[in-house]
Design a protein around this ligand. Structure first.
Ligand SMILES: NC(=O)c1ccc[n+]([C@@H]2O[C@H](COP(=O)([O-])OP(=O)(O)OC[C@H]3O[C@@H](n4cnc5c(N)ncnc54)[C@H](O)[C@@H]3O)[C@@H](O)[C@H]2O)c1
Length: 321
């Protein structure tokens, strides 16, 4: 059995990836600093650690035949809070990985590297990162160029991957579903902007398919390019009584892009099997069965949580001084 180290595996994507890799009969170990969690409860070998602590990480890299690298500060707003930390975690730590690990690497990048562009984008299309998040991911991709590495540029993810890991309620399908449930109203700003969307379980499938494949390089991964306005109406199919409020006011997030995942389909037969409706249903189940006590808690949004933690640390420093 081969050893797979899932770095950053305690997060939203990590939950479903670790399950699927374990089910495929690999030895799985998670290395994570639990940025958003108080505990790690899954029955999976777990090491609490920071990727910036390279001395602590190195023995686990030596153990691994494959590294799945998920650890990052994720999202435009979250990355802006501490740019130096974002560069260290999202970019420089990947440079270090490239210099210190010569076996198989599976790395998560983002379709945000394309920024705002009109035509359907493939892996060779020009890049136009509009945020620190996107530019650090693009830089990280470059460090992995000559490695035995497969890089997935993921669309915006949605759905419930497993029932243990923290759900992210700062992702568009998940947010709209929760708003429909909690306030019975969805506000759409502009609404013409496209996003490529993908169920979180489809990412886990693509990763598992490539743990031992010889495919390298960059692959877009998405299911469908969807206009935000159309998405709002799709959510309403699941909550028929809600109101959709459309305003012309432009949203501060200027990303707008459509991608093709034809390359992943041709090279390793990737085809998404989890629909947007399935994702909405998964979220609906979670909220209707009251598995989340406080849907407004910052814990479920990367930016809001890190901002709150920053405030707490600031307060503690003030008390100590
Ligand atoms: N969720 C999406 O829509 C999406 C889209 C495109 C790309 N991605 C990529 O997928 C990966 C996983 O995203 P996610 O949605 O699970 O995010 P997440 O924020 O839920 O998980 C990130 C994990 O990394 C860990 N981490 C952060 N800094 C660390 C450090 N210094 N040391 C150790 N662990 C650290 C966190 O504790 C967390 O468990 C990321 O690389 C992200 O860029 C996600």
């Amino acid at each position: 059995m081969k050893n797979v180290l899932v770095v950053g595996g305690a997060g939203y994507v990590g939950g479903t990836i670790t399950d699927m890799i374990k089910d495929a009969n690999y030895n799985v170990r998670v290395y994570d600093k639990l940025l958003y969690e108080d505990s790690y409860r899954k029955e999976i070998d777990f090491v609490y650690g920071d990727i910036l602590d390279t001395e602590a990480l190195l023995p686990h890299l030596k153990w691994a035949d494959v590294v799945v690298w998920l650890a990052a500060i994720v999202g435009d707003g979250a990355c802006q809070l501490n740019p130096d930390l974002t560069i260290a975690v999202n970019q420089e730590a990947v440079k270090w990985l490239a210099q210190n690990f010569d076996k198989r690497i599976i790395f998560m990048s983002t379709c945000s590297v394309y920024g705002a562009q009109d035509k359907e984008l493939d892996e060779l299309s020009p890049k136009n990162p509009l945020s620190l998040y996107a530019s650090t991911k693009l830089k990280a991709e470059e460090y992995l160029r000559d490695k035995d590495a497969i890089i997935f540029r993921l669309g915006t993810l949605f759905g419930v991957g497993d029932l243990y890991s923290r759900i992210r309620l700062d992702l568009v399908v998940n947010i709209l579903t929760v708003k429909a449930f909690t306030i019975g109203k969805i506000s759409v700003f502009g609404g013409d902007q496209f996003r490529p969307l993908l169920h979180v379980k489809d990412v886990a499938r693509a990763v598992t398919m490539n743990l031992e494949s010889s495919h390298t390089g960059v692959f877009n991964l998405h299911r469908q390019n969807v206009r935000i306005r159309d998405l709002a109406y799709q959510v309403r199919m699941h909550f028929p009584d809600i109101i959709i409020e459309e305003t012309d006011m432009p949203f501060q997030d200027t990303r707008n892009y459509r991608v093709t995942s034809e390359k992943a389909n041709k090279v390793f037969g990737f085809k998404s099997i989890h629909s947007i409706d399935e994702g909405i249903d998964g979220l609906k189940f979670l909220v209707e069965t009251r598995r989340i006590k406080n849907l407004n808690s910052p814990r479920y949004s990367n930016q809001a949580y890190l901002k709150e933690m920053e405030g707490v640390e600031h307060g503690l420093r003030a008390v100590a001084s």
